[in-house]
Design a protein around this ligand. Structure first.
Ligand code: 6PG
Ligand code: NI
Length: 183
């Protein structure tokens, strides 16, 4: 029997159809994420920072997979580029793939000893995120950074450790260019 399907527009990164849900983070949801908290509080709390579209056809089961697309909008809080909250997976050994669809940005990768690596994200770039590695997307461009992702559906998210200690580097704009600032 023919089943309903979801649609993935691989050029625009648009995910629609069956089993697709959307979530959004606005500036008001992102307390203590950016360095300049005073500036964030001065900005419009309803300003959208990123959206995630997710295809969930199996639920959070061992052996399952989720497929998603993140859209990080262009913008800054003070000199710091818009970015995702970032997380370790709750089940630490769960890995993930990211791939760049449109826009330009950076993927921050941090191990549990807080050692950070950075990969450039651009249309066609492919990123393997091993288990035990925290990951955060930063939009350094002037259009939305759109990134595909596929990960084990039982991975879960641990936001608390990032909320508490942050990443060990931040990406700020200086003279129109991204620079890395150690924390
Ligand atoms: C995941 C993926 C990805 C991520 C989004 C938003 O494990 O679910 O890494 O879908 O959730 O890019 O980033 P945050 O979850 O850090 O807000
Ligand atoms: Ni993840």
């Amino acid at each position: 029997m023919l089943q309903k399907t979801a649609l993935f527009d691989s050029l625009q990164g648009k995910l629609t159809g069956d089993h697709v849900s959307r979530s959004r983070r606005s500036l008001g949801d992102l307390s203590n994420v950016f360095l300049n908290e005073e500036e964030r509080l001065r900005m419009n709390p309803d300003q959208h920072v990123y959206e995630v579209e997710m295809h969930d056809s199996c639920g959070e089961v061992e052996g399952g997979l989720f497929f998603g697309v993140s859209h990080v909008h262009p913008g800054k809080v003070g000199d710091e580029y818009f970015m995702t909250k970032g997380h370790f997976h709750q089940k630490r050994n769960r890995a993930e793939y990211y791939w760049g669809i449109s826009g330009e940005g950076l993927l921050l990768l941090m191990d549990e000893a807080r050692v950070c690596r950075v990969e450039k994200v651009f249309p066609g770039s492919l990123h393997f995120i091993a288990g035990h590695i925290a990951h955060r997307l930063v939009n350094t461009g002037s259009s939305s950074l759109v990134v595909g992702a596929c990960w084990p559906s039982d991975a879960g998210h641990d936001y608390e450790s990032i909320q508490k200690d942050g990443f060990s580097i931040r990406v700020m704009e200086k003279n129109g260019e991204p620079v890395f600032v150690k924390q």
